[in-house]
Design a protein around this ligand. Structure first.
Ligand code: NAP
Length: 362
C-alpha cells in the first residue's frame, strides 16, 4: 500500500495541500502528523478531507522529534513525505525557531532514511532564506552573508543547508513559498500573518511610516496557488535535487501599488472609516525608519510601540528589494503554473479582512 506522510497538514497552507492530495490517487492513504489530533479544527479538517470518494486521510499523533517512533508502523509502505510543519512565527526566540525548523527537519530526514520504499520527499521553505540580500535571487542559490530579518528566516536557511546535504542520499526537493495571503476570488483568509497584521494596524491608524520605496516588490501569492503548486511538485512533477520558487516573481506588485489598493479598498468598504481621514503611511529609507522606531519607543505611547514592534519583525525586508526567479518552478509545472494576479488578490484579501473585522475564517 503506497503511503504518504504530511507534516504540518493542519496549517494554513498544509490543510489546502492535503485537500488537493486527497483528491488525486497518487498514494493509497495519507497520514497527517499533528500534535493535537482531537482539536475542533483538526476534526473539521478530517471530515472535509474525507468527504466523497477520495484517498483516505488519518491523523498520526506526534511531534516532529518523535516522528521516528510515531511513524514506525508506516515505515515499510511509505513512498512520499511532504514536510510542511514549522514554527512560522517571525517573533519566536532563536531556540524555538531552531527546535521546530532545524531539529524537526533533521528528525524527518532521519525517519526518511529508515523507509525502504521512499520515492519522494518535498520540504516547504520560504523565499526569504535569501534573508537581507537584494536584487535577483535564483532558485539554486542558498549561501550568503547578508543576514536575516528574523529568526524564522535564519532557521529556514539552516534547514535548507541540512536538506541540501541530505540530497546525496535521499530523494529530496525544496519548495520555497512567498507569502500566501488568502484565497483566489474570495480573498478568504484562514490564518492571519505579517501581511494582514501590517494592514490591520494601518487600518487602525497605527502605521504612520513604513520602510521601503514606492517600487519595492511585494511578493504575495494565493493559498490555492501555493497548495496546488506544492501538490504537483511533490507528486507527478517531483524531481530529486531541485529547488523551486513558488511565488509571484517578476509579476510581484510594488509596495506603492499594494498600499494604494489597500487604502482604496478600505475607503470603499467602510465610509465611516473614510471620515477618520487616516493618511497613507509615509515610505522612508532605513535610517529614517530607525529614527522613527526609536522615537516611538521613547514616546511612552504603548499602543504605537506595540504596533511598531509588530512591524519590526519583517520591516527590514522592505528595504532590501528582491525579485525571485521562478524559471525552475515554471519549467517543472508547465501548463499547471496558473498564478493569479497578485494585486487583485491583495484587494480581495483587504476587502475580506475589513468585512470580517480582521478575523480569519474558522
Ligand atoms: N503561509 C505562508 O505564507 C508561507 C510562506 C512561506 C513558507 N511557508 C512554509 O510553508 C509551510 C506551511 O506553512 P503554514 O503557513 O501552513 O504554517 P502554519 O499555519 O503556521 O502551521 C504550522 C503547522 O506545523 C505544525 N507544527 C508546528 N510545530 C510542530 C512540531 N513541533 N511538530 C509537529 N508539527 C508541528 C502544526 O501542526 P499541529 O499544530 O497540528 O501540530 C501546523 O500544522 C511551513 O514550512 C512554512 O515555513 C509558508
Amino acid at each position: 500500500m503506497r503511503t504518504m506522510i504530511v507534516t504540518g497538514g493542519t496549517g494554513a497552507i498544509g490543510a489546502a495541500v492535503v485537500g488537493r492530495l486527497a483528491a488525486e490517487p497518487v498514494v493509497d492513504r495519507i497520514a497527517v502528523l499533528t500534535r493535537a489530533p482531537s482539536g475542533a479544527r483538526q476534526q473539521r479538517l478530517l471530515q472535509s478531507w474525507n468527504a466523497g470518494d477520495r484517498v483516505p486521510v488519518v491523523f498520526l499523533h506526534g511531534k516532529l522529534p518523535e516522528l521516528v517512533e510515531a511513524g514506525a508502523t508506516l515505515r515499510a509502505d511509505l513512498t512520499h513525505i511532504v514536510h510542511l510543519a514549522a514554527d512560522t512565527r517571525f517573533s519566536a526566540a532563536p531556540e524555538e525557531s531552531r527546535a521546530a525548523n532545524v531539529c524537526g527537519t533533521a528528525a524527518v530526514l532521519d525517519y526518511a532514511r529508515t523507509c525502504p520504499r521512499l520515492a519522494a520527499m518535498t520540504v516547504a521553505s520560504t523565499v526569504y532564506v535569501a534573508g537581507l540580500r537584494s536584487g535577483a535571487i535564483r532558485e539554486r542559490e542558498l549561501e550568503h552573508g547578508a543576514g536575516f530579518a528574523n529568526n524564522y528566516e535564519a532557521s529556514k536557511h539552516e534547514m535548507e543547508v541540512l536538506v541540501r546535504a541530505a540530497m546525496g542520499d535521499l530523494p529530496l526537493s525544496v519548495c520555497r513559498l512567498s507569502t500566501a495571503i488568502g484565497e483566489d476570488g474570495t480573498g478568504e483568509v484562514t490564518s492571519l500573518n505579517a501581511f494582514h497584521t501590517a494592514l490591520r494596524l494601518m487600518y487602525g491608524g497605527l502605521v504612520p511610516m513604513i520602510p521601503g520605496a514606492d517600487d519595492t516588490p511585494i511578493d504575495v501569492i494565493s493559498t490555492g496557488f501555493a497548495a496546488q503548486a506544492l501538490r504537483r511538485l511533490a507528486t507527478e512533477a517531483f524531481r530529486p535535487g531541485e529547488t523551486y520558487h513558488v511565488c509571484a516573481g517578476s509579476d510581484a506588485p510594488t509596495l506603492g501599488a499594494v498600499l494604494d489598493a489597500a487604502m482604496r479598498t478600505m475607503r470603499a468598504r467602510r465610509p465611516a472609516w473614510r471620515k477618520r481621514a487616516i493618511a497613507m503611511p509615509v515610505l522612508a529609507d532605513e535610517p529614517t525608519y530607525e529614527l522613527f522606531v526609536r522615537s516611538v519607543h521613547e514616546s511612552g505611547d504603548a499602543m504605537m510601540a506595540a504596533a511598531t514592534r509588530a512591524v519590526e519583525s519583517f520591516a527590514r525586508q522592505l528595504t532590501r528589494p528582491k525579485i525571485f526567479d521562478t524559471a525552475n518552478a515554471v519549467g517543472a509545472l508547465g501548463d499547471a503554473w496558473h498564478r493569479p494576479d497578485s494585486l487583485g488578490l491583495c484587494e480581495d484579501v483587504v476587502r475580506y479582512c475589513v468585512e470580517n473585522e480582521w478575523k480569519a475564517a474558522a
